[in-house]
Write a protein that binds this ligand. Structure first.
Ligand SMILES: C[S@@+](CC[C@H](N)C(=O)[O-])C[C@H]1O[C@@H](n2cnc3c(N)ncnc32)[C@H](O)[C@@H]1O
Length: 462
């Protein structure tokens, strides 16, 4: 069952509305639903036509999963104008041109394709470049089927708007009119966070601007660049307000952007600094938790708590005989029992942390923020000595000399506005500052070290 993610009814209705926005279908119009699954869009088209009291167009749905096609055939058995084909949409065919195409193509990463599939697709599709995803190929193949004046509405991950891998799709789309890009909420498909977007394309000679609808509701008309360059900065007009757009992301200028250290037993490893016996102080590092990051304060409480770390500075777990007085502390019955309750001990030594702390990367000048917060606020650990706990995200700039500039930018209204528009919300409405979102934050180019590669764009969220 490759890439089956049914489209929720509200999204189906929105997309069918976009498909027929300029002109509804005639009885002889041809409509294609590639990767039709159980027929969510076909149902949406039927409902639209019933509401408009018009006859159904000729609909073709195609899916490679026999169970979906069987379900759909049963559901639509009374409609003679609906044809359901069991087959591979990506195999060259003679389905012919269509007036309307609507779909939610499968999102299948290259890693889930067989060797044979990969090389076959690479031979046929210009979008099968680099670490391609099946939805890019569906987009390309659907565009080939779009007749003159035809209209296509697809929901896909937004990644195609900016990744290097999708440059060939953007180039291909520059021969069509991209009428609208409508970014959808990240929870559109519930737990599957794909950052979806609905794209409306027409096959006509009229050029013109693209209507971009952003997640915060902003609507703007933009001229998308041709030649396959990223559309993201143009769509967001995220820049200095003077026509300069930011291409570089926070992920591109940081050597590490991660969640803090998870010991699996903070009650054992995190102690009040003043209460630490002198003999184990050499294993202690000042540590900080999210609750200690108080938005009103610019000063970090750096010495209240310490983390006992049974690892060397280069991140290797110390041998038991190297633990000295720390071993005596950890071997006390209540302490050891607590450590043994952790699930990680089935695969790790009893005194290891739940996750190995990347101390070498982490013990550097860095920027910190809470993982869940009512306001966006960042602090600098200029000494580089603090070990952030699991409720803190830390950002290690590639160039330590840029830390003040990056901090000032992260605390600016520009960055805040972007984070408010792009972060998920926790149940209480607080923002979740997850690393995959922080990595996508556009940053001014002067914060980047010379020769920065756009890694953050290539390695995108799933
Ligand atoms: C994201 S689901 C969408 C299903 C349906 N259109 C909906 O919106 O509810 C993608 C569908 O594509 C189908 N699919 C995957 N690879 C395919 C291929 N090569 N040819 C045709 N269908 C394919 C899957 O079986 C799945 O039903």
């Amino acid at each position: 069952m490759k890439g089956f993610v049914p489209t929720p009814p509200a999204t189906v209705e929105l997309m069918v509305g976009k498909l027929f926005q300029e002109k509804g279908p005639a009885e002889k119009s041809r409509l294609l639903d590639p990767g039709c699954g159980k027929g969510a869009f076909i149902e949406g088209v039927i409902q639209w036509c019933v509401r408009q009291r018009i006859p159904l167009p000729r609909i073709i749905g195609i899916d490679s999963d026999p169970r979906h096609i069987a379900d759909a055939r049963e559901k639509f058995s009374k409609y003679s104008s609906i044809k359901l084909i069991l087959g591979d949409f990506l195999t060259p065919d003679d389905l012919g041109p269509f007036d309307f195409i609507i779909g939610n193509p499968p999102y299948v990463p290259i890693t889930d394709l067989s060797h044979g599939e990969k090389s076959r697709y690479r031979n046929i599709y210009q979008t099968a470049q680099g670490r391609f995803d099946l939805y890019l190929l569906f987009f390309e193949h659907a565009l080939k089927h779009l007749g003159p004046d035809g209209r296509l509405v697809f929901i896909t991950p937004e990644k195609y708007l900016y990744t290097d891998t999708a440059a060939s799709l953007r180039r291909l789309l520059s021969h069509f009119v991209v009428q609208e890009i409508h970014l959808q909420r990240e929870d559109t498909f519930r737990d599957l966070v794909t950052y979806p977007t609905i794209t409306t394309v027409t096959h006509c000679v009229r050029g013109g601007e693209t209507r971009a609808i952003l997640r915060d509701g902003t609507i703007r008309s933009v001229n998308l660049p041709g030649h396959g360059t990223s559309w993201w900065p143009t769509i967001h007009q995220h820049g200095d307000g003077q026509g300069r757009f930011y291409e570089i992301r926070l992920g591109d200028i940081c050597r590490r952007l991660s969640c803090g250290v998870a010991t699996g037993a903070d009650a054992v490893f995190v102690r009040k600094t003043v209460e630490l016996p002198a003999a184990i102080r050499k294993y202690a590092y000042p540590t900080i938790a999210g609750r200690e990051l108080v938005p009103d304060s610019v000063i970090l409480p750096t010495n209240k708590y310490s983390m006992l770390v049974p690892y060397s500075r280069d991140g290797h777990l110390l041998k038991e005989h190297q633990l000295g007085a720390l071993k005596q502390y950890l071997e006390q019955k209540a302490v050891r029992d607590r450590l043994l309750q952790r699930t990680c001990v089935s695969r790790k030594p009893w005194y290891a942390f739940h996750e190995n702390p990347p101390l070498k990367e982490l013990l550097r000048p860095k920027i910190l923020c809470k993982d869940i917060t009512p306001v966006v606020k960042f602090w600098a650990d200029r000494t580089g000595l603090l070990v952030p706990r699991h409720s803190v995200y830390y950002i290690v700039p590639e160039d330590p000399a840029k830390i003040e500039g990056i901090l000032a930018y992260l605390n600016s209204n520009t960055a805040r506005a972007w984070l408010f528009a792009n972060c998920q919300r926790a149940a209480n409405g607080f923002l979740r500052l997850q690393s995959h979102v922080l990595k996508r934050l556009p940053v001014p180019p002067e914060l980047a070290p010379p020769g920065t590669q756009l890694r953050g764009l290539a390695v995108e969220v799933a």
